[in-house]
Write a protein that binds this ligand. Structure first.
Ligand SMILES: Cc1cc2ncn([C@H]3O[C@H](COP(=O)(O)O)[C@@H](O)[C@H]3O)c2cc1C
Ligand SMILES: O=C(O)c1cccnc1
Length: 343
């Protein structure tokens, strides 16, 4: 990999950190009264390198791709749903479309490798192939394809004018892929990371865990590149690249649920300097998300028992992110408003 954000490039200098804290504490409110929105505002200001950050526009990029491991019966839904849902996104009818409209976010859909190719004028074609290979049998993709997927994701993020980028995904069986990637990157046990996804019953969950344990046993300790090539999806790899690209431009990265967290963990392993750009938007009800977030030291903004993906949790958190930045930029200080301080 070349030309990545240098480690610590996004770190905030102590003088600016102190100025941001003073600016927040000087606003017309009791000290700390905006709670975690203050912490969020401080992080955004540090990322943007100013006490008055502008974070007013957001775009959601949904990466769709299929997974060979779906053939092992690890999802409650058939693979055809990936293509069908991609068409639903393009027609504006999915949960992500509705939330994007409600929160004023532009939405793009990328084909990273849907099994059945779709012809639609608004679909962005970054096909790496007709889905990954079955990672319970061998590597999901070659190192060359992985590099192409990461580069494509970076370029997409770098081509966006939005101040913040949210990333969503669609890919039947991608909770299986995410569990394997997180397992290899974190060392957390698979049984803590393997959930019901789209709604497997008890027998289905037992089968899924057995498939994932077999798949994981094919390999030993892996680098982040190896973990993504062995077990990733095209959409997870492209999302990881997009997260690195967005962070390199100091865009706020809105990290969605379990699958997006797998991409964030990989992005952070590939480029540790990108972490300050990440806002963990919600904690998914998918088993394993809590453990993955704890491993990353990330505290999710929302806990709504969502377990959908598509970027839905990131979209719901966007008004919080936008409001936190606006607070710093627009809210009066005790001094400017002539409000008396604490007795
Ligand atoms: C109709 C429908 C819409 C979705 N939107 C997101 N997902 C979510 O479910 C899938 C992951 O779960 P699993 O690993 O169990 O297949 C992904 O496509 C994810 O985005 C959906 C799933 C379905 C069925
Ligand atoms: O949290 C997620 O990203 C998720 C959970 C279940 C199914 N699809 C996605």
């Amino acid at each position: 990999m070349q030309d990545l954000t240098p480690a610590d490039a996004l770190a905030c200098d102590p003088q600016l950190a102190a100025a941001i804290r003073r600016a927040i504490d000087g606003k017309t409110k009791p000290l700390g009264a905006l709670g975690r929105i203050e912490d969020l505002a401080a992080r955004i200001a540090a990322l943007k390198g100013t006490t008055e950050p502008s974070v007013e526009t957001c775009e959601l990029i949904i990466f769709a791709g299929d997974h060979g491991i779906a053939a092992q019966g690890v999802s409650a839904f058939p693979q055809a749903v990936t293509a069908q849902m991609a068409l639903n996104f393009l027609a504006g009818g999915a949960a992500a479309n509705v939330f994007a409209r409600a929160t004023g976010v532009d939405l793009k859909v990328v084909d990273t490798g849907i099994a059945e190719a779709i012809d639609h004028p608004d679909l962005i074609d970054r096909r790496m192939g007709p889905g990954t290979a079955d990672s319970s049998q061998g590597p999901a993709m070659t190192p060359g394809t992985l590099a192409k997927a990461i580069a494509a994701g970076r370029a997409l993020a770098e081509g966006s004018e939005a101040h913040a980028l949210a990333f969503g995904e669609m890919g039947i069986a991608n909770t299986a892929s995410a569990s394997l990637v997180i397992h290899k990157l974190s060392g957390l046990p698979l049984d803590l990371l393997t959930g019901r996804g789209t709604g497997l019953d008890d027998a289905g969950l037992t089968r899924k865990l057995a498939v994932l344990e077999r798949a994981a046993a094919r390999t030993g300790a892996l680098t982040a590149e190896q973990a993504l090539a062995e077990y990733g999806g095209f959409e997870i790899a492209m999302m990881a690249g997009a997260m690195i690209g967005a962070a390199g431009l100091r865009k706020v990265v809105l990290v969605d649920g379990f699958i997006a967290t797998a991409a964030a963990m990989a992005a952070r392993a590939l480029e540790p300097g990108c972490e300050p750009a990440f806002v963990y938007c919600h904690r998914s009800a998918e088993l394993g998300h809590r453990a993955a977030l704890d491993h990353l030291g990330g505290q999710a903004l929302l806990e709504l028992d969502l377990r959908l993906g598509e970027g839905t949790g990131a979209l719901l958190a966007w008004p919080l992110v936008k409001s936190a930045a606006a607070m710093l930029r627009e809210m009066a200080s005790f001094e400017s408003a002539g409000v008396s301080g604490k007795l």
